[in-house]
Design a protein around this ligand. Structure first.
Ligand SMILES: Cc1ncc(COP(=O)(O)O)c(C=O)c1O
Length: 482
């Protein structure tokens, strides 16, 4: 019964199963089904039912049968007749409805890193300022797509996505990120999260047994997926300049996942020499480098570093996402895949979900082609830069013995703790003072290393950032004791 509309025009459809052999009159069966739906909360107060003629046609009964059922339910107070001739659910929502519709739990699961409930200030990472989503420009692109795209383009497509988006993204990535991509090597996916899942499946198909991951690195995507796919995970320590390549040589791995332009979470940038060495390693072993370029668009005070993919398109899979630039809820990501893997990645994508939503892809293609993406980024960079500056100012003022790292780019900063401070104790004390913040520790693979705190600043105003750092200073004073 999921397709009823609330407080709008009449619905078209309503799931009712009729048993013509039951010996129960059909209008009674319809009544009973709608009554049960209302009692269980599946049909909520205000929901519009289909017009009698529509429902009768759908059920293969005469209209009089449906009229009789509706009239009975109106008489019982379950339904009301509205002007305009349609019928709505009248009963107030029974208590069972809240549990049945599950809306609360869905909302609380929407963003694992966002734990703003209960904190005065939350430095949770992984959040983009979605209040800045370029709604009008996006709407123009949606309108263009819906008014100009021929109907047949809305049918199923192959696993790689729509050609317009391949072309628009190739132009953008080759121009701005220095990739060496061609439209035929692109696969559109639902964010990096799906991209890495498809890639791990394909690597396993191609015989991979061991995968190297940065240590520390995110613990809710590649690490979990690789383990589930039966790959052995080996952590490669990360220093101030990104992953330590000498450890990679000893790792006997078939692939490595890297965040070279802004290491997550430490913020280091992989040096030019280390990039070249990783590429040499990949070529020598026939290994694959997965380049997660998740927030490369935000650079503040350092010169741009091009994508590794441009150095070795046959060995590097480039992964991009709109989650940091537009909105994570778009679920739009893209892969530039070495030619020998494209067909398998596209096949994995078809198996996963038969392709990403076409209208969103066409919209993003139009948005890119109009230059709106560049315009949006130009507008957002100073906004995030001011927030980053506010964070660094506040840290200098209140906590000068914390050492910020990875400040030149992205949407988060790490501040390393002096040796006398225990990371977990600081995080716990911060929470007691109303401050949400993550430590680096949970993202380590080998489990050792200096304590550090991850400051996601992207959605916080400058005064909230200053307040958050002041709360942290109070918490740290408490940890240090008198
Ligand atoms: C390291 C890293 N890569 C990529 C992403 C983006 O993931 P997605 O594109 O699935 O939203 C995130 C999200 O926070 C991340 O932390």
């Amino acid at each position: 019964m999921g397709r009823l509309r609330t407080n709008s025009g009449p619905a078209e459809d309503l799931l009712i199963e009729l048993d013509r052999d039951a010996g129960v009159p059909l209008h009674r069966q319809i009544e009973a089904s709608i009554r049960a739906g209302i009692r269980a909360g599946r049909l909520r107060s205000g929901a519009s039912l289909p017009p009698t003629r529509t429902l009768a046609a759908g059920l293969g009964v005469s209209r009089g049968v449906v009229v009789e059922a509706y009239q009975q339910l109106v008489a019982e107070g379950y339904l009301v007749s509205r002007s305009g001739g349609y019928t709505q659910v009248a009963a107030p929502m029974p208590p069972a409805a809240t549990a049945a519709d599950g809306a609360g739990s869905a909302a609380s699961m929407a963003q694992p890193a966002a734990r703003s409930v209960g904190f005065r200030v939350d430095f949770g990472y992984g959040r983009t300022d979605v209040s800045q989503f370029p709604r009008s420009a996006w709407l123009r692109s949606v309108r263009t797509v819906l008014t100009t795209t021929p109907n047949d383009r809305f049918a199923y497509l192959d696993g790689r996505g729509v050609p317009e988006l391949h072309e628009a993204l190739c132009d953008y990535l080759n121009r701005v990120r220095g990739t060496s991509s061609v439209p035929d090597n692109m696969v559109i996916c639902n964010g990096y999260g799906q991209g890495i899942s498809l890639l791990i499946q394909v690597l396993v198909q191609h015989g991979a047994r061991r995968i190297a991951l940065e240590d520390p690195s995110s613990n809710d995507d590649a690490r979990v997926l690789a383990g589930a796919a039966g790959l052995e995970v080996v952590g490669i320590p990360v220093g101030p300049d990104g992953v330590q390549v000498d450890a990679l040589h000893r790792a006997d791995a078939d692939a490595i996942v890297l965040t070279p332009s802004h290491q997550w979470p430490t913020g280091g940038v992989l040096s030019a020499a280390a990039r070249a060495e990783v590429i040499r390693w990949a070529k020598r072993r026939g290994a694959i480098v997965v380049e997660d370029d998740y927030d490369a668009e935000y650079r503040y005070d350092r010169s741009p570093v091009g994508a590794m993919q441009g150095l070795a398109p046959d060995h590097v899979v480039y992964c991009g996402t709109a989650s940091k630039t537009l909105a994570p809820g778009l679920r739009l990501g893209w892969l530039v895949v070495p030619p020998h893997l494209v067909a398998d990645v596209a096949e994995a994508k078809v198996l996963a979900d038969r392709g990403s939503p076409v209208i969103d892809q066409l919209t993003f293609a139009d948005f890119l082609a109009r230059g709106e993406f560049d315009r949006h980024l130009r507008r957002m960079r100073p906004v995030y830069r001011r927030r980053r500056d506010a964070l660094l100012d506040a840290l200098r003022t209140h906590l000068p013995d914390l050492e910020p790292g990875g400040v030149a780019a992205g949407q988060h900063v790490v501040a390393w703790l002096p040796p006398d401070l225990d990371e977990a104790a600081v995080v716990a004390a911060a929470a007691r003072h109303g401050l949400g913040i993550h430590g680096v520790g949970p993202y380590r693979i080998a489990g050792t290393g200096p304590g550090g705190l991850i400051f996601g600043y992207a959605i916080l105003g400058e005064s909230a950032i200053a307040e958050g750092v002041a709360l942290l200073a109070t918490a740290i004073r408490e940890v240090r004791g008198p």
